[in-house]
Design a protein around this ligand. Sequence first.
Ligand SMILES: Nc1ncnc2c1ncn2[C@@H]1O[C@H](COP(=O)(O)OP(=O)(O)OP(=O)(O)O)[C@@H](O)[C@H]1O
Ligand SMILES: [Mg+2]
Length: 253
Amino acid sequence: MHESQVKIYTEDLNLFYGDNHAIKNIDIQVQENKVTALIGPSGCGKSTFLKTLNRMNDLIPYVKITGEVYLDNLNSYNDYDIVELRKRIGMVFQKPNPFPMSIYDNIAYGPRTHGIKDKAVLDEIVEKSLQSAALWVEVKDRLKQNAFGLSGGQQQRLCIARVLAVEPEVVLMDEPTSALDPLATLKIEDLVQVLKNNYTIIIVTHNMQQAGRISDHTAFFLNGEIVEYGATEEIFTVPRDKRTEDYITGRFG
Ligand SMILES: Nc1ncnc2c1ncn2[C@@H]1O[C@H](COP(=O)(O)OP(=O)(O)OP(=O)(O)O)[C@@H](O)[C@H]1O
Ligand SMILES: [Mg+2]
């Protein structure tokens, strides 16, 4: 694959949930300002891997992690304060999870916790984030209304806007369109294409067409390992490993 800057990389990364060895010897280099898709059958460790990148599972008592994760060449577990790391790496989940508050306050929440109080500054952040998430036009006249009044697809874009509001560098997306209808899905896919100009995006998807449409690189996970990682075009047209081929042609998973 053609290399740009490496934004995140791992070295011999392993994760155990008790005796369950969920992530095995992962060495991956994620390129900056690209979309990297993680594919593979249910239970193969995609979400677990994603969560190791912003340290969402190392505080679970029965979790053991070995190996290293680097963000911008600094060790994510040793060199970063967790608040700083989470500011740099935002996450969007499978089910839209807006906070039970207004559209405006959902977006302003993160910046406020980082100390921004000035109303004019917050107004600007709210507008800019909603613009970036392609939601502004639909909600600009109802910013004070509760976020639960939005449709599922709008809620997911709101969650993306909420992530963008704290100006992350990396956005992790765990099956962000699996709860959405085809039109809302297309909107998110278009959005991902625009966002990659400014962010590094890692997206888990079960939808092969989606991975093909939106990602530059694809990693195929199986039983906690990365079987194959490379340019999406190549993974989908000339996979090197028989197991990758079987998976993408729908023979298992
Ligand atoms: N919090 C947890 N505690 C214990 N085991 C877990 C936990 N989360 C995941 N696991 C186990 O780790 C393995 C990997 O799960 P993970 O959720 O990462 O898979 P996945 O590839 O994201 O699957 P799916 O496509 O169904 O979302 C599975 O065996 C799962 O049961
Ligand atoms: Mg998952």
